[in-house]
Design a protein around this ligand. Structure first.
Ligand SMILES: [Zn+2]
Length: 427
């Protein structure tokens, strides 16, 4: 059966119609993508989550050969609750030459463009495959893509590079800060507020811990800097806090969400240990004097190794004319697993997208882009780093002909998540 090709706009209309907020399933969307691509002799591999209600989908078009290109996009979108939408956010509409809907830019627009050119790609005599990598739970800490990226890293697929369709106003983003995010839970002892010394006020303890984080933040300003980042130094902050039950009850519990974004070379884990040490050595002993059950617990939600291009002055030669021809650094990792590969985005987050599907020809042009040598920071697993370096060495021996983003697989395998979804946006 021959599938009638759809335009990118038509694809986008359908994709936006799937309410794939990160808390919801994305399986209907994946089913639809599979149905559309099955007649093209595409090959599919799913990577479901534990609950079985979400999955990554890897679609391969073309020969089963090593190499080729990964086109990567996340299927989930941020929530719409409490936002002042003029119309149904899950119904794509056109206004002033733009297409508007939740996720139209970030990043169903890119997926729509990929699907629009898929029939042309399937009809070409590709010498290397095109892989479309669709992930879930990107918007809640980049926690979904890991298994798919790791599988690609272990497989024989060995894609040469990836294009991540995150919004970037068509600037090439080939470096980003690393990230470490998580919750701190403070357990105190409740009692009447007229007797604060008999109890442990979790809110007050949390405030001291946050003050410690704030001191670290001040230190970071004077720490290592890479001028291409904005800001050029590492950052840490607390953006969400919940605690206490009543104005005259000593707070029994308090939790807050912290996030750290570090420039390549800064050891995020060492900074975290600094915070944890303050909790264990300074705060907890005083709490436990009142009640041993009191204490502080940290839950790390996600960790994203930083990326810095080894060839800082590398400039792409074959980007589309609409792309800004200078690599740009991004303050936070996107799409871990694949994000350590350079990529271009169609537009900018929060803006409506002006669709201009990439032609198969321009994709094949991209396949011949020169190498953007990249290397991970010291936070990468040493075994993974060794594999990356071995791969880099063998590549350099083959006339240094590596294509755009020469470290995709190992970096994908280095992705490290300690727990699943959490309602936080990393971008
Ligand atoms: Zn995104």
């Amino acid at each position: 059966m021959t599938q009638a090709p759809l335009s990118a706009a038509a694809h986008l209309e359908r994709l936006v119609g799937f309410k794939t907020i990160s808390s919801a399933s994305n399986l209907d969307l994946l089913d639809w993508v599979e149905d559309y691509l099955t007649p093209l002799q595409a090959r599919f591999r799913r990577f479901p989550n534990e609950a079985g209600d979400k999955a990554n989908l890897l679609v391969s078009i073309g020969p089963e050969e090593p190499g080729g290109i990964v086109l990567s996009g996340h299927t989930d979108v941020v929530p719409v609750d409490g936002q002042d939408w003029l119309d149904d956010p899950f119904r794509l509409r056109a206004r002033d030459g733009r297409l508007i809907g939740r996720g139209a830019v970030d990043m169903k627009g890119f997926i729509a463009c990929c699907l629009a050119v898929a029939p042309d790609l399937a009809a070409m005599k590709l010498r290397r495959p095109i892989h479309l990598a669709l992930s879930y739970d990107e918007e809640v800490g980049c926690t979904g893509v890991g298994p798919m990226a790791e599988w690609i890293g272990r497989s024989e697929a060995r894609p040469s590079f990836a294009i991540i369709g995150e919004p970037s106003r068509m600037r090439l983003i080939n470096a980003h800060k690393g990230g470490l995010i998580g919750w701190a839970h403070v357990t105190g002892k409740a009692g009447h507020s007229s007797q604060p010394d008999r109890y442990v006020n979790a809110v007050m303890v949390a405030a001291e811990l946050i003050a410690c984080i704030n001191r670290i933040r001040e230190d970071m300003r004077a720490g290592p800097q890479i001028q291409e980042f904005d800001p050029p130094y590492s950052t840490i902050q607390v953006n969400q806090i919940v605690g206490g039950s009543h104005g005259n009850i000593v707070a029994e519990s308090c939790r807050f969400f912290w996030e750290m974004r570090v420039v390549p070379g800064v050891d995020d884990r060492a900074i975290f240990q600094q915070i944890e040490r303050y909790a264990r050595e300074v705060l907890e002993p005083e709490m436990k004097k009142v009640d041993p059950a009191c204490g502080i617990r940290f839950d790390i939600v996600a960790r994203i190794p930083a990326l810095l291009p080894a060839m800082r002055n590398w400039k792409p030669k074959s980007l589309p004319s609409s792309a800004t021809p200078s690599p740009k650094l991004f303050p936070m990792g996107r799409r871990p697993g694949f994000s350590r590969m350079p990529g271009c985005g169609p537009s900018s987050a929060g803006r409506a997208i002006s669709l201009r599907p990439t032609s198969p020809r321009s994709m094949s042009r991209r396949a011949s882009l020169p190498a953007a040598e990249t290397s991970c920071s010291g936070s990468v697993d040493p075994l993974v780093l060794a594999r990356i370096q071995r791969r880099a060495l063998s590549r350099s021996r083959t006339a240094r002909r590596a294509t755009l983003g020469s470290r995709p697989l190992g970096q994908g395998a280095s992705y490290n998540v300690s727990s699943a979804a959490d309602p936080v946006t990393l971008e």
